[in-house]
Unconditional design. Structure first.
Length: 229
């Protein structure tokens, strides 16, 4: 599954004009607030129209076996270990060559926290509903006014338990709670396992495979998928 990236490791949006970004409102004196009243009203209208997505209100979520929750610093070691897996490195298209626990800690404190705050990115943990142990990663990125793209990977020791399918169903429920109308996903052409999972939970293939730049920076023949929520 193709994931996303920013400068710190998550995907940049397709079009900045589509992206919901919380309007900037600097601290001002009372006089400044009065003079800038019209501008502040415009910001509030823009925020309402953009529908800032509060992922925290939709989390955690569970189906009794698998849960999706906010990523925590306790996940850093397991996340870093999972990214060393050959299949994760091949199909998740992670933008960094190496993830150490410290790198993951830094991402949690930086890009991940920022994305959750402004509603443009959610790097979430797929966990065991009973033990809360880390199973994999689920990402919402390229969030627009009515949809978002998702990416995911599951740690090798937890495969074969239908974790991916369960996590995708929970992702769809998160999308509904956020008021999104659809979710997008991509796989590389030679990843039939991920394609099977996506189709199995209701995604439909959109168009034919075409070359697209993956988050790793490589150009891959990619298959696009879409599900209506």
């Amino acid at each position: 599954m193709i994931g996303g990236r920013t400068a710190a490791g998550i995907n940049l949006p397709r079009k900045l004009t589509d992206r919901c970004i919380r309007p900037y409102e600097p601290k001002m004196s009372r006089g400044d607030q009065t003079r800038d009243g019209n501008s502040r009203k415009m910001n509030k209208r823009a925020a309402k129209q953009c529908k800032i997505r509060n992922f925290l209100k939709a989390l955690p979520i569970s189906d009794g076996a698998v849960a999706v929750r906010v990523m925590s610093h306790a996940d850093a070691e397991a996340y870093a270990s999972g990214t060393d897996d050959a299949l994760v490195r091949r199909f998740a298209h992670l933008p960094l060559e190496k993830y150490t626990p410290q790198v993951v800690h830094d991402l949690i404190k930086g890009a991940i926290e920022d994305g959750l705050r402004d509603g443009t990115l959610a790097v979430l943990t797929i966990s065991d509903a009973s033990s809360d142990s880390f199973l994999g990663s689920l990402v919402f990125f390229d969030v627009t006014s009515d949809d978002a793209e998702i990416g995911y990977w599951v740690a090798p020791e937890h495969r074969g338990r239908r974790v991916s399918g369960r996590a995708l169903m929970l992702a769809m429920e998160i999308g509904r709670k956020l008021g999104l109308k659809k979710l997008r996903a991509r796989t590389v052409q030679n990843n039939p396992a991920s394609s099977k999972v996506l189709l199995g939970v209701g995604f439909e293939q959109v168009g034919n495979p075409l070359p697209q730049v993956a988050p790793s920076g490589k150009t891959e023949m990619s298959v696009n998928y879409l599900v209506e929520l």
